[in-house]
Design a protein around this ligand. Structure first.
Ligand code: DAH
Length: 340
């Protein structure tokens, strides 16, 4: 028995130093102190000893167990400290290292304007309808009271696709599509891309418009003016005023051109308003009765107004952008100015 115990002591003493992790240590511990381990086997072997030898053997076994338990516990502490310091070493962070730069995106100014318009008019009860960009001549022109060969077609230099299809030159086509399917009361916005063969510092072959349409009983030009006043105040400043000037569009009668008092100089005249105090922002008018008729709405019962806003134009005015092409070049030095 004594020799056996000495052999176990020696074995543990040499093996324990070779354990490199707490897992290995645990496995070793089980081999000696586990239920079926070698020290436990010694306790069980006591039964086979003559009774007079048992007390001494019992003490020896007890001693070796206590010794082993303490040894394992202190090795466990050692390994714990070693593993911790290895982990700290591995996960070390150099706080003086320069930060990794991750560029944040920014909404495009046209998207900002679009979102703001939807917010402003949405708050006044307008729904949003988006029509197709490849449009039929009927929706883009004919139903809007612009028959084939009408001189008003020259106002919009159109890209024709084939047959009766074209790239819509105005979001006014959305008016017809809405009125065809929905009966008054109607209060809808129709934002989207439009196309015209036109390109210079203030014109782009693709740009964005937002159409507004309201049709109900007793709608008048005053309602139009009221809604546009609210739009002007919310989009620019609380002092911004609107001014309506007579104009012509085939789909409205009367038609107006809408100016806003210059948000930059307050109307005194500056670079932005070219010294006039006013900035032209959109076209509008009372929906022509022929257009209502084309959509099966009785013009003797219902009236309506419509307006069409150019989003690039609003962005240029609002952010003081001098050339429309900046909006499409996607130069990040330009775009990042709209962050936050
Ligand atoms: N569609 C016109 C354009 O592109 C803008 C416009 C003018 C829209 C008057 C309207 C309106 O709804 O009533 O030039």
């Amino acid at each position: 028995m004594k020799e056996k115990i000495e052999a176990i002591r020696a074995a543990i003493g040499s093996e324990i130093g070779q354990t490199g992790s707490r897992k290995e240590l645990f496995e070793l511990k089980m081999r000696y102190l586990g239920k079926t381990g070698e020290i436990s086997a010694l306790s069980k072997g006591m039964r086979d000893l003559p009774p007079e030898e048992r007390p001494e053997a019992g003490k020896l076994v007890g001693d070796v167990r206590k010794w082993a338990e303490e040894l394992f516990a202190s090795r466990e502490e050692e390994l714990k400290a070693k593993e911790l310091s290895e982990r700290v070493q591995k996960e070390r962070i150099d706080v003086t290292m320069p930060a990794r730069f991750s560029p944040a995106g920014a909404a495009h100014p046209v998207s900002l304007v679009r979102a703001e318009l939807v917010d402003i008019f949405g708050g006044m009860g307008f729904d949003v309808y988006e029509g197709p960009e490849i449009e039929r001549d009927y929706y883009n022109f004919q139903a809007l009271n612009i028959p084939a060969d009408h001189p008003a077609r020259d106002m919009q230099d159109t890209f024709f696709v084939s047959g009766e299809y074209l790239l819509r030159s105005q979001t006014s086509s959305g008016q017809i599509r809405v009125m065809e399917t929905k009966k008054p009361p109607i209060k809808v916005l129709s934002p989207g891309r439009v196309y015209r063969s036109d390109s210079d510092a203030t014109h782009s072959p693709m740009f964005h418009q937002m159409e507004g349409l309201v049709v109900d009983k007793n709608i008048t030009l005053c309602d139009l003016k009221g809604i546009l006043d609210e739009f002007a105040r919310r989009m620019f400043t609380a002092e911004t005023k609107t001014r309506l000037r007579p104009s012509y569009f085939p789909f409205t009668e009367p038609s107006v051109e809408v100016d806003l008092s210059c948000h930059n100089c307050g109307g005194k005249g500056c670079r932005i308003c070219k010294g006039t105090g006013w900035i032209e922002v959109l076209g509008a008018g009372m929906v022509n009765r022929r257009v209502l008729e084309n959509c099966g709405i009785d013009p003797d019962v219902y009236t309506g107004f419509a307006f069409g806003i150019g989003l690039e134009r609003i962005a240029m005015i609002k952010y003081g952008i001098g050339d429309i092409r900046l909006l499409f070049e996607n130069d990040v030095r330009f775009l990042k100015q709209f962050r936050g």
